[in-house]
Design a protein around this ligand. Sequence first.
Ligand code: FES
Length: 189
Amino acid sequence: MSSIQNDNFSFDEKSQGLAKIALAKYPNDRKQSAVMPFLDIAQRQNGGWLSQPSIEYVAEQLEMPFIKVWEVVTFYTMYNTKPVGKNFVQVCTTTPCWLRGSENIVKACKEIISENQCDVAHNNLFSWMEVECLGACVNAPMIQINDDFYEDLDYESTKNILQSLIDNKPLKIGSQIGRLGSRGANNAQ
Ligand code: FES
């Protein structure tokens, strides 16, 4: 748990609307089932990570002990317990991405963002970290930035993507070599 904590937390209007939709999916006496969407809503409102007050708030809303919610938070890697950059870059380094050159993607992140993963750099613009398979192995190597995938990367295309974020230029999501869906790389257009 990060030592950087906001004092308190509660859902804003947008989050309240999302929470209502999530809760409606479960019976009234099973509202704890909404713990994962509630944590996701809290994390998005809180700038991409879950502070202790935000986790306490979720526990309170769902009438759960804090420790039960904390167990969920620490089990799933999709929840961050430390601040992340506005652009949170997750670099897959599992075997298929590794075989296709993920070390070059890590190198580009180290050069452009920060030598150390999880550092929030460039005035809060970025942080990066290595993660396990993100499920897009067919277009390896790949990264996820916030909710979007960038695939078929190499050192240069990764640097271009990161530099475009610094320069506030539009990005092309998905395959960077024009591959359609998961076609063989030789069929890229
Ligand atoms: S190994 Fe990288 S997306 Fe599956």
